[in-house]
Design a protein around this ligand. Structure first.
Ligand SMILES: CC(C)(COP(=O)(O)OP(=O)(O)OC[C@H]1O[C@@H](n2cnc3c(N)ncnc32)[C@H](O)[C@@H]1OP(=O)(O)O)[C@@H](O)C(=O)NCCC(=O)NCCS
Length: 215
């Protein structure tokens, strides 16, 4: 997920004084917990480290991530620690994806809000692929963010070979805008940047200001 495929332990932007540099333009009412029919999305805890490491170290799960697979639980802990300041400074909102029945953490989803747009990403433990969980989690987050009146565009990127993610984005109602050439380095595949699709769902400006009303 960074939001585009995050779970990276190196994500807090700092200025030269090493102070957190994000300027919070306005505070969103971001839910700390989102419940769906089968899932709970909730803020990460340090105690989630083992569950995060389980999928963060999996070569197949992390293939298309823009961060290297975790080699120790320490990487998962750093990611979890950084979630707090990222959330508090509005840089990125991360939720753990947990099963509603058992509380088991099976993945993560995150979103970044920038002005009138927001981009999101997700990751799931391989044992839970193919059961619609990513679609369910992504739907919940996209619906939440589109409920914010100032958000007009929700978008995501994914590697052009990441067909499962392509399908999730389509099922959530995003449409493909095009290809971003040499968009991201996927260090678990190669050090060379790779092409990515960009998908979006927009609250079309024409819906809000139809052409005839502009005359
Ligand atoms: C992408 C990912 C989150 C999908 O999770 P998931 O819970 O299995 O997704 P869903 O079950 O909601 O939907 C997956 C869809 O992709 C389809 N799919 C899976 N593998 C596919 C493949 N190789 N080719 C085409 N479609 C594929 C499934 O059939 C399903 O579509 P359907 O419901 O129409 O049958 C999961 O594979 C994952 O964690 N991958 C690694 C991390 C990642 O790539 N994250 C996205 C970064 S942009």
């Amino acid at each position: 997920m960074t939001a585009a495929c995050g779970l990276s332990p190196r994500r807090i932007r700092k200025n030269n004084d090493s102070t957190i540099s994000s300027i919070i333009v306005f505070v969103l009412n971001v839910p700390e917990k989102i419940t769906t029919s089968r899932l709970i999305l909730r803020r990460p805890l340090l105690s989630d480290a083992d569950a995060v490491f389980e999928f963060g170290r999996d070569q197949e799960v992390t293939l298309y991530m823009d961060w290297p697979a975790h080699t120790s639980v320490q990487a998962a802990k750093e990611y979890l620690r950084d979630c707090v300041p990222r959330w508090d400074t509005a840089q990125e909102y991360d939720w753990m994806i947990a099963l509603r029945d058992t509380g088991q953490v099976i993945g993560g989803i995150s979103i970044r809000v920038r002005g009138h747009s927001a981009d999101f990403g997700y990751i799931l433990n391989r044992d839970f692929w193919g059961r619609g969980f990513a679609t369910e989690a992504a739907n919940a987050v996209v619906n939440w963010v589109f409920g914010i009146g100032s958000i007009y565009r929700v978008w995501a990127t994914c590697d052009t070979e990441n067909l499962a993610s392509v399908r999730v984005l389509e099922k959530v109602g995003l449409t493909r805008e095009g290809i971003l050439r040499c968009w991201a380095i996927r260090p678990n595949i190669s050090p060379k940047p790779r092409d990515a699709y960009v998908y979006s769902k927009v609250r079309c400006s024409d819906d809000v200001h139809p052409p005839e009303s502009r005359n």
